[in-house]
Design a protein around this ligand. Structure first.
Ligand code: PFF
Length: 453
């Protein structure tokens, strides 16, 4: 019997859990900071509505219509070779992303642990501007210690395995039902704290008052990339999860709800980060990527009363977000192994997770002194995998899925999925089809070309 989510709330919680991840919490504010704040926000919102939702609906239609993993669903719809191979590409991309996403999830565990023990703040000698350097040293020491990073990765993997073994309803859905409300409560608490900081208003202005002169093609491309990354598009995740949707699920409404909640998390993160950055004068360098969360924020906490409390709560939040995303990424491969090779759940979970012991260890060691010099096209192993999977596989996969749904899927298929076989009305069907056929493939192709320029 095909596994199904047990309730509407659970299905939304699990899908939002997949979408809300490190992409929202560190990638979004860092991208917004680098791309002009409010201008980026505006374009990002536009991309979610114009492209993100239609592409999400396409993935939902394939999964719910095909009732299998990313390859099996396409095959069940009668897709021929080049089309189901797209599902294969998505599975491959998601598996590669898992190698290093597990490692970053491991970092969040280490930071949570170090916040709990207070070690993170122990010998920080100054909380004046400049102490950033001390947190930077700490982070670099940590990521350069491959052994330590590996152990943390294994701990997160063990938690993942435990949840995944429990299955779709008892594991993924139940965990998401607990974790997602916790995550939203924590975000609101942080928002409350941040918005009452001294110079909060300046941060809010940077984030919310658009300066249209900052909108450039590059900013638009970055906003599009962020929207796709954040919504977990193009990796087979949403095909896999939607195969667990009951036949009564309204796909358009679910896509809108998931996208709005995912966007809300990103916006709340902006409202948390920018007031803090302004108040503590941290704008400028050092705000990109991982350093924002692992260097800048500890510095903010160090200057606030109740340092350890905020630090524990924040890294707990990050850990919850990372965990619900890692299980969704892993589920893509597990579902594939279960459906294609008829493996039992236990065997499929083990077959997907055990090789990670090797692959994730390689990623965990990729910043250590003995391996850091190994470069692929100038990038560390870690960054090269990230680049290949995120910047190439993800957009290419999305383009092909749109072309398949728009032009080659069985006649009337999208209509049947959006209207649940004609039982509910779909006011947006024509618009969706237009975007999926014409707008999305062209615009996504532009991001792809843009990333190479
Ligand atoms: N959407 C999740 C996030 O934003 O972190 C998970 C994810 C999706 C990670 C796609 C990476 C990725 F390329």
């Amino acid at each position: 019997m095909k596994a199904k989510f047990g309730s509407k709330i659970g299905l939304i919680a699990a899908t939002v859990g997949s979408a809300v991840g490190l992409g929202n919490i560190w990638r979004f504010p860092a991208e917004a900071q680098a791309n002009g704040g409010a201008a980026f926000l505006l374009l990002y919102i536009a991309c979610v509505f114009i492209l993100g939702i239609p592409v999400m609906v396409s993935e939902f239609a394939i999964g719910r219509g095909g009732q299998s993993d990313a390859v099996g669903s396409l095959k069940n719809l009668g897709a021929r070779r080049p089309w189901w191979a797209v599902g294969g590409l998505a599975i491959l991309a998601s598996y590669i992303i898992l190698w290093f996403y597990m490692v970053v999830a491991g970092w969040t565990f280490e930071y949570l642990w170090q916040s709990l023990t207070g070690h993170l703040y122990q010998s920080v000698t100054s909380t004046a501007p400049g102490s950033t350097a001390q947190f930077a040293v700490r982070m670099n020491e940590f990521i350069a210690n491959g052994f330590n990073a590996s152990i943390n990765t294994y701990i997160v993997m063990a938690v993942n395995i435990a949840i995944l073994l429990l299955g779709v309803q008892k594991g993924i859905e139940r965990l998401s039902n607990i974790m997602m409300p916790m995550l939203f409560v924590l975000l609101l608490v942080f928002c409350g704290v941040s918005l009452t900081l001294d110079r909060a208003i300046e941060g809010v202005e940077f984030f919310l008052r658009p300066d249209f002169s900052k909108i450039t093609p590059r900013v638009a491309l970055n906003a599009l990339g962020q929207a796709f990354f954040s919504l977990s598009l193009g990796m087979g995740i949403l095909i896999t999860y939607s195969s667990y949707f009951p036949s009564s699920t309204k796909l358009t409404r679910t896509a809108v709800t998931v996208s709005l909640l995912d966007m809300l998390v990103a916006i709340l993160m902006g409202l948390i980060i920018f007031p803090a950055v302004m108040t503590f004068n941290l704008s400028g360098e050092g705000l990109e990527g991982a350093s924002l969360v692992f260097i800048t924020l500890p510095e903010v906490f160090a200057r606030m009363p109740f340092t350890r409390l905020w630090s524990v709560l924040f890294f707990l939040l990050l850990m919850l977000a990372a965990l619900t995303s890692t299980i969704s990424i892993a589920e893509v491969t597990i579902a594939f192994l279960q459906d294609r090779f008829k493996l039992s759940r236990v065997k499929a979970v083990m077959a997907a997770m055990l090789p990670l012991l090797v692959f994730s260890t390689i990623c965990a060691y990729s910043y250590s002194p003995s391996f850091e010099h190994i470069r692929i096209a100038g990038l560390t192993i870690f960054d090269a995998l990230d680049y290949f999977a995120t910047n190439i596989c993800l957009p290419v996969g999305s383009i092909f899925l749109c072309i398949y749904i728009g032009w080659f899927s069985p006649r009337g298929f999208l209509w049947r999925e959006l209207t649940n076989d004609g039982t509910v009305k779909s006011h947006v069907f024509k618009l969706m089809l237009f975007i999926i056929r014409y707008v999305a493939p062209v615009l996504i192709a532009l991001i792809l070309v843009g990333t190479f320029m």
